[in-house]
Design a protein around this ligand. Sequence first.
Ligand code: NAD
Length: 253
Amino acid sequence: MGSNNKVVLVTGAAQGIGLAIAERLANDGALVVMTDLLKDKLEQETFRLREEGKQVESFTVDVSSEIDIKLLISKIKETYGRLDILVNNAGISPKIKGVRTKIIDMPLEEWNKVLQVNLTGAFLCAREALPLMMINNWGRVVNISSQAARTFSRVAGTHYAASKSGLIALSRNIATEYGSPGVTSNCIAPGRIMSPMAKIVPKEKNEEFVKLSALGRLGTQEEVAAAVSFLCSDDAGYITGATLDVNGGTFMN
Ligand code: NAD
């Protein structure tokens, strides 16, 4: 398993898909640095995983803050001397009463905030992490994009879709620029996954996805985490610049 003894950074790891990814990579044998804005939740989950014997560390950081990310990566460098895997998972999808805002109603502040967290956050983490990966000529970047970047979105706003499309472009550019030092960079595009984010929309919206799914159900956080685990493994060594749909067949391309 490629993640064994690797040092991993997972953003947005206090709950939902990010927590499942951190847990899965820790089960694979990695030392996982979990980060999130939600301090208390992050500390609780770190404690729980440590009690289960997992190698986990956590830091409260805002991915959209350049200072936070620079400090975080220098702490990782100082403590472990390496960083092998970066999973850009932190993301937001603002809605009003669970419903997406239309373009003509969208305040600029909200547009900027979503781009800042979902896309600039991933860029900052990658920019600071890549030099550490290059030390050992091995690295994995996995960006959690979305089905909203692969086709129109039924539930998320345009800012979210644009940020998740941007992640695919970022990912391909990392793949191209850092392939020869041995870094792969890929996206995962989840469809509807049962997580805290998915629970804030009206129930009928999620039921629409169940009907659209070839498998007749929503996805689980663990199924996204399993795809991340694969992309981080040595078995996925020749996969780069790709986007892997984990969507139960709700969109096929
Ligand atoms: P979630 O809201 O449960 O988790 C997101 C996590 O990111 C939270 O813990 C949150 O505190 C953290 N976060 C938000 N802003 C942050 C910031 N500025 N700095 C640090 N952490 C921050 O959502 P989820 O469903 O687990 O989503 C995880 C990722 O998967 C997101 O990028 C989301 O866009 C993507 N995704 C989710 C679905 C789905 O159906 N759930 C589908 C496609 C893509």
